[in-house]
Each structure stands twice: as structure tokens, then as C-alpha cells.
Design a protein around this ligand. Structure first.
Ligand code: SAH
Length: 482
């Protein structure tokens, strides 16, 4: 293990102009002592490199480039390795990890590795021609410098057969001209000659050029190493100069008035021959999947004057929801007011829309915020009292006309005491998503001690709440991997 701690940022700079570099990529470039990348990419960001040590490398020097980046970062420097687009898409990232594996680098060793995403060539190029990638698309590189042509050919064939929109990267170079001709021939077996094709060269760079064509004619135009070729699916069309692949709304809805077509249902799988609903479930039953649901997916449209001041205090939606919920719970202060009824839709939805997850043991009370849906078995998520202090507490009730059965939560929700909601949130927030709180809770179920309360068995998760912040970080990184 190397104890000098260096850092290696692996950064995608997007297509090539400043407007399309993400702020995160830019700050990774700015914080670097040493920047390394292929000459063309270095040139694209050179005005940000004043005072830095910079290594420009040639096209076929990727291995040396990756090794130099790793070695320099290992010695304690902050190194930023740049690729165009996204470094994880035909970029340097893969090679860096191979080099790291080769030298036996382990998590925690120097250098720390940080991946920073960038806008990929297919997104950039698509934006210049319309919306060709709205449905399933495949990325295929025609470069056979490192991949056998038989593999590439098979992928083209499969993508063509699968009716994917196809993005061809590295379509041709001075020395590689047969590949694109072959690709066109294979795709033509499955798609009509009039299928839209866009050739986008050097998107968002000075030499930018966009050419529309079709499958039978696109080879007549200039294609090179800076071109991405987008080949439409059977559904793609060109309308008023925009290349579009429809998402499929027309299968379910009338595009005139938005009404649902006969036999179809909003928000339910498309019905038709061979749909999943018409097939028996094999092997008896479905596994119990951990599905993250989108909050507010089916809320009614509302239009208001947006007040950024109001929004500003919310760090992110799950955090904001959790904070709002904790604030909402604040008035439930004393033993006497443990019995609460929720009446309004707002109150209920506040409880029901908590994202993220918090588990907290504060003095004698548990807090668990997150993964709450209604109706829901709140007990599963820790909302119950195991302290003697509240022996006589009454269940919290939720009343709402839209709910046929009145739901009774056997739950004690305790307010934060001296601690303010922000503190609690900061202490135990899991910002990511509800599947994280699910995993966390599963961990508690596996490792918590069972406790008897009112003759029933409950999980004692008190130990969890006592973890100091540092332990919590380790917990998140090693167990939850988030
Ligand atoms: N990491 C890059 C891809 C590198 S592979 C990314 O995520 O975008 C190099 C290929 O990407 C080129 O041959 C070309 O097909 C495509 N490409 C990269 N930048 C491009 C641009 N600005 N305009 C058009 N195509 C581009």
C-alpha cells in the first residue's frame, strides 16, 4: 500500500466547447497539478491549463498515457486524465482500471480514483439533428484496431435485426474504409434504403458539419474519424429538418386529443399480441424485486409562478421531503399529543412522499423517514415504539375519504428534541434513493437484535443510531456501496 495520497480524476470534457463541459469536469481540470490527454483534447481545453504541467500524447500511446497518469497520481499529485465526450465511453477509463488491476491497486490505496461524466458524442450529435435517440439505440465502434471484425460485424447484424437506432463511432479513417461500407450493407438487409441517416462531424467544434442522408446514399458524403453516423430505426422519420425516432406514444394515445386508444390503459403496459400480461408466469411466481418507484409520477399537472427563493432552501428533493416531514412532525411534541389524526391530503402526502431514508435513535425515540408509501406497513420501516415510556400511546390514524379503509398506523413518531431537523438529516441522510434505505433496513433486520414489546417481536436498531459520523461513512461505503 502506498501511503502518499494522490488523486486521479478521469474526466470527460464533452464534445469540445466550453459550454458543454460540465462544471464538475472543469473543476477537476482546475484542481489538477498535472493534466494528461490526447493532443486534440488537450487543445480543446488549453485555455484552462495555465500554470499546470501538461502532457500531450499521440493517438496510439494510450497505454503509456494511462500508466503515466496512474504513476504520477500515485506519487501524491492530483492528476486529471481527459477524454472527449465521456471518459467511460470508448475513453481512457477502461484502460486506467486495467492498469490499476495490473499493479494490484486496492481501494483505499493511492491514488484515489474519481470518474467524472461528460456529454457523449451520440448525445451531442443527436442534439444537432433533432431527437433520433428517443427510443432504443446501440453504440457500435467500427474500429477494428483492437476488436476483431467478426465481433463488430455480429454486433451490427444484431443491432440491425433488433431494430435499434445505431450510432456508429469511429466510422472510418484514412486506413479504414471498408468497415463502414460493410456496416451499411449489413444494416440495409434489415432496413429500407430510405431510412434516415445523419452524419455529424466535429459536433460543437469549429469544424462542425451536419449532413442528412439515407441508408442508400450516406456513403456518398464525407465520413471520417471525427464523424458519428446515426442510422434510424424502422420508426425514425425526418420532419422539417429534424431527425426523430418516436417513443411510441402513438401506439397508446391519439396524438390529436391525447385520449387513450381503445383497449389500452394509461400507465399500464401496452396491450397487444404477445404482451407480457398474456403470458403465464414461468416457474410459479415472480421473485420479490426491490423496485424504486418514482414519487409523484402520477400527480396532476399544475402550473404556478415559480419562486426560486422558496425552492432554494431545498438541497435536493429527497432531502427536502425528509426535512419537510421532520418539520411536520415537530408539533407532535408530548406524550399527550401522541394521538394524532391526519386529515388533509397535504398531511398525508407529506408522510407518503418521503424519499431517501433516515434511521435515528435519539434518546428514547426512533425516527425512520423514507420508503413510506400509503397504504404501507410502517412497522416494516421501524415506526414503532419499543420504549416503556410510551406504554399507553395510541396509534396514529390517517383519515382520508379517498381511502376506503381507514388506515391505522401502530406507530410512534417522535419529534426531534433539542436537535433540529437539519442536524438529524445531516447525521443520517441517505441521499440516493429508497432502495438504499431498503438495503439499510435489510441490514438492520439481519444484524439487529430482536426485542419483545407488548408481547410482539420487534427489531432493535438502537445500535445503529449510535454510530458516530465516521462509522456511518464506512457503513455507507462498504455495506451500502453508495
Ligand atoms: N469518449 C467519446 C468517444 C470517443 S471514440 C465520447 O463519449 O463521445 C471517438 C469517436 O467518437 C469518433 O470517431 C466519433 O465517431 C465520435 N466523436 C467524438 N467526438 C465527436 C464530436 N465532437 N462530433 C462527432 N463525433 C464525435
Amino acid at each position: 500500500m502506498n501511503l502518499t495520497s494522490g488523486k486521479l480524476n478521469i474526466v470527460g470534457i464533452g464534445p469540445g466547447n466550453d459550454e458543454h463541459i460540465t462544471p464538475a469536469a472543469l473543476s477537476a481540470i482546475k484542481e489538477a497539478d498535472y493534466v494528461i490527454g490526447y493532443t486534440t483534447y488537450i487543445n480543446l481545453v488549453k485555455h484552462h491549463l495555465g500554470g499546470k504541467q501538461v502532457t500531450r500524447t499521440g493517438m496510439t500511446e494510450e497505454i503509456t498515457r494511462a500508466q503515466t497518469a496512474v504513476d504520477t497520481a500515485r506519487s501524491g499529485k492530483t492528476v486529471t486524465l481527459i477524454s472527449s465526450g465521456d471518459a467511460g465511453v470508448y475513453g481512457m477509463a477502461g484502460l486506467v482500471f486495467e492498469v490499476l488491476r495490473n499493479i494490484g491497486w486496492k481501494k483505499g490505496d493511492s491514488p484515489e480514483i474519481k470518474m467524472i461524466p461528460g456529454i457523449t458524442a451520440d448525445s451531442s450529435c443527436a442534439s444537432l439533428v433533432g431527437a433520433p435517440l428517443v427510443h432504443d439505440a446501440a453504440r457500435i465502434s467500427l474500429s477494428d484496431l483492437l476488436t476483431p471484425w467478426s465481433v463488430i460485424e455480429n454486433r451490427i447484424e444484431s443491432a440491425a435485426k433488433g431494430d435499434f437506432v445505431i450510432n456508429l463511432y469511429n466510422p472510418a479513417s484514412g486506413r479504414r474504409q471498408r468497415q463502414i461500407v460493410e456496416a451499411a450493407r449489413i444494416i440495409r438487409k434489415y432496413r429500407p434504403g430510405g431510412t434516415p441517416v445523419a452524419l455529424v462531424k466535429s459536433a460543437y467544434r469549429r469544424q462542425e458539419m451536419v449532413q442528412f442522408s439515407d441508408l442508400d446514399h450516406f456513403l456518398e458524403f464525407e465520413i471520417g474519424m471525427n464523424t458519428t453516423v446515426i442510422i434510424g430505426s424502422s420508426q425514425s422519420f425526418v420532419y422539417e429538418g429534424f431527425f426523430v425516432t418516436p417513443r411510441g406514444y402513438g401506439n397508446k394515445y391519439s396524438l390529436e386529443d391525447g385520449s387513450v386508444r381503445p383497449g389500452q390503459t394509461r400507465a399500464i403496459s401496452l396491450r397487444g399480441e404477445g404482451d407480457l400480461a398474456s403470458r403465464p408466469i414461468e416457474h410459479g411466481s415472480l421473485p420479490n424485486l426491490n423496485i424504486t418507484k418514482i414519487q409523484g409520477a402520477f400527480v396532476r399537472t399544475s402550473t404556478t409562478v415559480f419562486d426560486p427563493e422558496e425552492e432554494d432552501i431545498k438541497p435536493d428533493t429527497s432531502a427536502a421531503n425528509a426535512l419537510a416531514a421532520l418539520q411536520f412532525l415537530e408539533p407532535i411534541q408530548t406524550k399527550d399529543t401522541l394521538r394524532e389524526e391526519l386529515h388533509s391530503k397535504e398531511e398525508i402526502s407529506l408522510l407518503g412522499r418521503l424519499g431517501g431514508g433516515i434511521i435515528l435513535k435519539d434518546q428514547n425515540d426512533f425516527f425512520l423517514v423514507g420508503k413510506l408509501k400509503q397504504p404501507i406497513d410502517l412497522e416494516t420501516f421501524g415506526f414503532f415504539n419499543i420504549s416503556e415510556q410510551y406504554e399507553n400511546f395510541q396509534p396514529l390514524k390517517i383519515k382520508d375519504q379517498s381511502l376506503t379503509d381507514q388506515i391505522q398506523f401502530k406507530v410512534l413518531i417522535s419529534p426531534p428534541k433539542e436537535r433540529d431537523p437539519q442536524f438529524i438529516y445531516d447525521l443520517f441522510a441517505i441521499y440516493r434513493n429508497s432502495s438504499v434505505s431498503e438495503r439499510l433496513w435489510n441490514y438492520v433486520l439481519d444484524n439487529g437484535q430482536n426485542t419483545l414489546w407488548n408481547g410482539k417481536e420487534y427489531i432493535d436498531a438502537r445500535w445503529l443510531g449510535n454510530s458516530p459520523r465516521q462509522i456511518w461513512s464506512v457503513f455507507r461505503e462498504t455495506l451500502l456501496k453508495c
